[in-house]
Design a protein around this ligand. Structure first.
Ligand code: SAM
Length: 239
């Protein structure tokens, strides 16, 4: 394997400012991951073309900002992982944490499996399924202490996809932007319906114009049996 390019200084500085401590082997894995995503992007749109140049700050660093919220969880599921964000950078940073990457699109899920193999990420399992199906499968329903999601759906839709997968008392960490507060307002009914409460809204922006927010929700009671609805319905007819 050819040596992978060094990580950009801006990325390493940002990690330093957040006390994200990367060992040399983890830096190498992150660099190889960036190469794999960039190569694959020409065939399958894992990222918008304009975002590839800034993959370290826009995607990898953004993924790693979840780490402080995950320290006490032995496992979590990344819903709609796409090209592996935030799940793969977090799997590199947290090798002791068991991480399930849930992704409905076949080609993306195949990329995730191949990438986990290439990077020898033994803590990663890939699930090629829709969240609506996994949320009805006894193997997955109510089984996760924590779920994360980035750029998957507005909060009122996301909670119907994610909450069924959580154990009661479990936590959903939704990575959002500037519109987070408005999404929470619009999700009031959905939150009640699936038995969830907003515990905290964390601003994780590096600069005032960055606008990066983590909404932390807790599953306060078991999800009623009628959720999630059939595949596609949560997005088509949001609660
Ligand atoms: N989380 C990644 C990121 O931040 O780059 C991907 C974001 S992409 C915009 C949304 C991803 O969620 C897509 O790969 C899509 O296939 C997946 N997705 C959307 N709805 C889903 C569902 N109901 N079940 C599983 N995956 C879903």
């Amino acid at each position: 394997m050819t040596a992978s390019p060094p990580l950009p200084d801006a990325f390493l500085d940002a990690c330093d400012r957040r006390s994200i401590n990367l060992q040399p082997a983890q830096q190498e894995q992150l660099s190889r991951f960036a190469v794999l995503v960039t190569r694959k992007n020409s065939e399958t749109n894992l990222l918008a073309a304009r975002e590839v140049d800034d993959i370290f700050m826009r995607h990898i660093f953004d993924s790693l900002t979840l780490e402080p919220f995950l320290r006490h969880h032995a496992s979590f599921i990344d819903i709609g992982s796409g090209g592996g964000f935030p799940g793969i950078p977090l799997a590199i940073l947290l090798p002791e944490t068991s991480i399930t990457l849930l992704e409905a699109t076949g080609k993306k899920a195949d990329f995730l499996s191949a990438t986990a193999d290439r990077l020898e990420l033994r803590n990663v399992t890939v699930l090629k399924r829709r969240a609506e199906e996994a949320g009805r499968d006894p193997l997955h329903r109510g089984k996760y202490p924590c779920a994360v999601a980035r750029a998957v759906a507005p909060l009122r839709i996301l909670v119907e996809l994610a909450l069924p997968l959580l154990e009661t008392g479990g936590v959903l960490l939704a990575q959002k932007g500037r519109a987070a507060q408005q999404e929470i307002e619009e999700a009031r009914h959905a939150l009640d319906a699936v038995g969830s409460i907003v515990e905290a809204v964390h601003d994780v922006s590096l600069a005032p114009d960055h606008g990066a927010v983590v909404i932390e929700l807790r599953k306060a009671s078991p999800t009623p049996d009628n959720y999630p609805r059939r595949p596609g319905i949560p997005a088509k007819r949001p609660l």
